[in-house]
Ligand binder design. Structure first.
Ligand code: GLA
Length: 677
């Protein structure tokens, strides 16, 4: 085994990976961690460094890029498949390596089970994010039934300790949970058919002095697991969760996995910064560059289904006066949609509410200098709708099983081209007829019986296809991804969209934690963050306008309340919040983000660079100490001086001692601008 080893080495800015390639098998994972000098390779091939322990098969199978099954690897395999019970042992017998700079393609074939697997790894030197995906091809003569294909198998070092992942539900997204890694397998799986509120498809692993992050770019079912290996390391697999019978590859057919974005850095902030850079590089903005994120007005919580054209025009007038730049007409505008029991699928304006269609309202909004946006929920149908009456078979169903509704709605079969054509025709009709610059694309339920044969996967691909067609036909239109708030936040749908609706919970206190979780994986300019009403509709809690402004500030700022009902004082405060956002948005949305916890319950986040920072400090609970200790700002340059307001501080003082802050009341925040001199 000592012969013929060669190395696959990819270096990033601050990280490196090393795989050991041996002829006739999958490359072995040797290293993923802090940047190594170019010449720092293992002195000996792995197997030469580890004698065979007692009671061990006489073939040493360390962790590879594609751990097999039944051939000496006893951990979780990267692939589970069979042909009617045969060809279940999977182990590469041939390996072809191709490396072109920062990109390596490893093509593995198994001459016995007759499959081919190509793993592509690309390490972006700027973001330090490794993108991995895997394609499985059935090279045999019979159907290959696939139960699991890891999109990526990542090695974690023996000093990995804890994994931070995110759970939640509607109205409480991104609840952080931290588990200690043990010899029991750690596993998070989602079977809700969309990304889900309950299980974000990614995590951060905290090792001694180093942190790892990975996220799956996929908007459907998913699974990730961390499995202890015999040599004390861990393997981390992420991939699409497949239902029984969901993928059966005919001879010659392939299964393409979603991409995994993976990175490592000194700490969780470094992981977040790398993810932000990678997601930014993947974004497809109209005009190919992000323009300043316009201030939104969304009509949902201010009006719900109660659309009145004259009142909405008044609202638009008030919005324009307040400095709002985009007016988004939410649910309630289409044919007979007066509550959530009917009409999804009937995508034409309700003529009782809008006798002249949406044209007059849109023209009014545009005449005020704002953009016009529209809410849609294309993948859904209410049983009470013209669409369902005409095409009951278009809803996902299993014969003999009840049609389980959620919010009174069913899910359209996005795998059908006639369904997608209908939706394309309706949506493109609206986009062509009306001056719509923005779509809010919702998906308000989990999937249950997704078709006679499970078609969760085709559901996602069908939606991506429809999004891609619409983007190609209307490249200037931006799209917001929403699923009852944050039920579809992932790097897969971000390829087609430009904003996430982070949560239906706009309570500013709840939002603090939700947004901190979001920022672990996604950059702030994609984070829809609104000033809502008081009391907050989701919780009933009342918060000051200043706190609502403060919490909405770092994201893509919006307003979701009936502006006409605000007191003069609140309206003036909101105007100040909007003006402050406009003044800071460039810095908030283009630099790096750091988040931390200060002493005595203070939360802080900083956006920008070590030369120019916006610092947001938030206090939720009352201060417990009489005097607050300094807030240490580790990201600053200790060799420089910083101007904050009228004072000049030494960087080293701010890094080591910290910034002395005035006392903050409970539920309040402070925004400071730091400029290096
Ligand atoms: C979902 C969204 C809300 C709103 C409603 C409309 O719940 O998250 O923002 O658009 O649907 O029905």
């Amino acid at each position: 085994m000592a012969h013929g080893s060669q190395w696959i080495v990819l270096h990033g800015r601050a990280s490196s990976l090393v795989l050991e390639a041996c002829p006739g098998e999958a490359p072995l994972w040797r290293y993923w961690g802090p940047r190594l000098p170019d010449a720092a390779l293992p002195a000996v091939p792995l197997r030469d460094s580890r004698p065979t322990p007692t009671f061990t098969v006489q073939f040493d199978q360390p962790l590879s890029l594609l751990p097999g099954l039944g051939q000496g690897w006893f951990g979780e395999p990267a692939l589970k498949a069979h042909r009617a019970g045969r060809d279940w042992t999977l182990q590469a017998t041939h390996c072809l390596l191709e490396q072109d700079g920062q990109r390596a393609v490893v093509t593995l074939t198994d001459a016995v089970a007759r499959i081919a697997v190509a793993v592509t790894l690309a390490l972006d030197p700027h973001s330090d994010v490794l993108t991995i995906s895997t394609v499985l091809t059935n090279t045999g003569d019979d159907l290959l039934d696939v139960q699991w294909l890891a999109a990526a198998v990542l090695p974690l070092p023996a000093h990995a300790r804890r994994v931070r992942s995110f759970t939640g539900r509607h109205n409480i997204e991104f609840v952080a949970i931290e588990d200690t890694l043990t010899r029991s397998q750690w596993r998070r799986e989602n079977r809700r058919g969309l990304t889900s509120h309950d299980c974000f498809p990614g995590a951060v692993v905290l090792a001694d002095g180093w942190a790892y992050g990975a996220q799956l770019a996929w908007s459907g079912n998913h699974c990730q697991l961390i499995d202890w290996c015999d040599d004390g390391r861990w393997q981390w697999q992420l991939g699409e969760a497949l239902m029984p019978g969901e993928v059966r590859l005919a001879p010659g057919e392939s299964l393409q996995s979603p991409e995994v974005l993976a990175t490592c850095a000194a700490d969780a902030n470094g992981v977040a910064q790398n993810f932000h850079a990678a997601i930014r590089a993947r974004m497809d903005w109209p005009g190919s560059a992000m323009r300043p994120r316009p201030v939104h007005l969304n009509t949902w919580e201010g009006f719900y289904f109660d659309h009145d054209e004259a009142a909405l025009k008044d609202l638009a007038d008030a919005a324009a006066r307040a400095g709002i730049e985009r007016f988004v007409l939410d649910d309630g505008w289409f044919h007979r949609r007066n509550d959530d029991t009917t009409s999804l699928g009937d995508w034409w304006p309700d003529h009782a509410k809008y006798p002249g269609g949406l044209g007059p309202l849109a023209a009014h909004v545009i005449g005020l200098g704002m953009e016009f946006g529209l809410w849609v929920e294309p993948e859904m149908v209410n049983p009470v709708s013209e669409l369902y009456r005409a095409h009951p078979d278009w809803a996902l169903q299993v014969a003999g099983r009840p049609l389980i509704t959620a919010r009174n709605q069913l899910v359209l079969d996005m795998g059908r081209s006639d369904v997608r054509d209908y939706l394309f025709e309706r949506l493109s009709g609206l986009l062509a007829e009306l001056p719509i610059g923005y779509l809010k694309w919702d998906h308000n339920r989990d999937l249950t019986a997704a078709g006679e044969r499970p078609s969760y996967r085709t559901q996602v691909l069908g939606t991506y296809d429809l999004l891609a067609r619409l983007r190609a036909a209307f490249p200037a239109v931006e799209i917001e991804a929403c699923a009852g708030g944050g039920g579809r936040i992932d790097a897969g749908i971000a390829r087609f969209t430009h904003r996430f609706w982070t949560s239906d919970n706009i309570d500013a206190v709840s939002r603090v934690a939700i947004q901190r979780g979001f920022l672990q994986f996604m950059p702030p300019e994609l984070m829809g963050s609104h000033v809502g009403a008081a009391p907050a509709h989701a919780t009933g809690r009342i918060q000051k306008m200043s706190l609502r402004n403060h919490v909405a500030l770092p994201g893509h700022f919006g307003v979701e309340l009936d502006l006409r009902k605000l007191s003069d004082r609140d309206l003036a405060r909101l105007g100040e919040g909007i003006a402050r956002y406009k003044g800071l948005r460039r810095r908030l949305h283009t630099g790096q983000v750091w988040q931390g916890e200060g002493p005595d319950g203070l939360l802080w986040q900083a956006h920008g660079s070590a030369a120019e920072l916006v610092l947001l400090v938030t206090r939720i609970e009352p201060q417990q100490q009489r005097h607050a200790p300094g807030l240490r700002l580790p990201m600053l340059d200790p060799a420089r001086h910083y101007r904050i307001g009228d004072a000049v501080h030494h960087g080293a003082w701010l890094v080591q001692h910290g910034l002395d802050l005035p006392p903050l009341r409970a539920e309040s925040g402070l925004v400071l601008e730091l400029t290096a001199l």
